[in-house]
Design a protein around this ligand. Sequence first.
Ligand SMILES: [Zn+2]
Length: 330
Amino acid sequence: MNWAKVELHLHLDGSLNLPWAYQTALKRGVIDSSMSFAEYYTLMYKNDYPTREERMKKFEFPCAVMQEKEDLSDSIYYLAEHLNELGLVYAEIRFAPQQHQLAGLSQKEAILAVVDGIVRAEQDFPDLTVRLINCLMHKGSDASFNMKENLETVEATRETLGKYVVALDLAGYENTGEFIKYAPLFEKAREYGIPYTIHAGEMGDGSHVLDALKMKAYRIGHGINCVDRPEWVKAMADSQIPMEVCVSSNVGDLRHYAAHPVRKMLEAGCKVTLNSDNMMFSRTNIVNEHLQMKSLGISDDILKQCTKNAVEAAFCDEATKKGILKRLGL
Ligand SMILES: [Zn+2]
């Protein structure tokens, strides 16, 4: 299992250090001072939402403690500390700058605050490389609803693109509205030389992977519903576009790993990478993801190949990739 050390799909707000989040919520007055850690924990893990859209609202709790520069910086620093303890060598962490403007920060300021945390982590945890992906948000049936904010994210990413900020993503309510309407944002990203991944075929229709391919995604987040039709999964396999599969996140509290489409995707020849998505909400990490796959009978060779796929699909520079492959013996 010494290869389970690379993450490409990890949401900052869904992967917070919970004791830190609790202390920050108290400090910022986000929760009542009488609330205990146990009560905060229960609130964070509430899971009886009537719909998946409602369930997405749980991300408002962690976002509430990530509105000040200092808190944004600390949030990623403590996540990096955890990843370092797990022995990770590389992680791409993502966040949506437009969700962190309640205290008046511009999107660029929010990005730079997170980068500050990465720089501090780099000094304290030199064995771990962290890179940042900025998420555009899909907020409902009408893509124009937050087009202004999404355009700002593209521009702020252009301005900060470099060693630490490496790509864009589209996250949020995938199952409403016409997915392809986000295409102009990615055309702009291409024009600016910003690579991007797109959440597609996770909560929404499997055909969204075809839309993501049309939008020339460099990688696809989840993509699991492509198995609903043979032609969709074949299109993914033929494209060899890396897929960021997050098994625990998809199986939820039922933990029915054997029913997850990952095996079908592997059998079809899709370029699979394994990821945690939301370490806090899904109570998982990359080591656990690999262990769960082993419990399904997926061989070490295939699991190693998934990590190799992840390194090769990473948005960092080629020298960093080579170094990681060497360190992991892949
Ligand atoms: Zn995700």
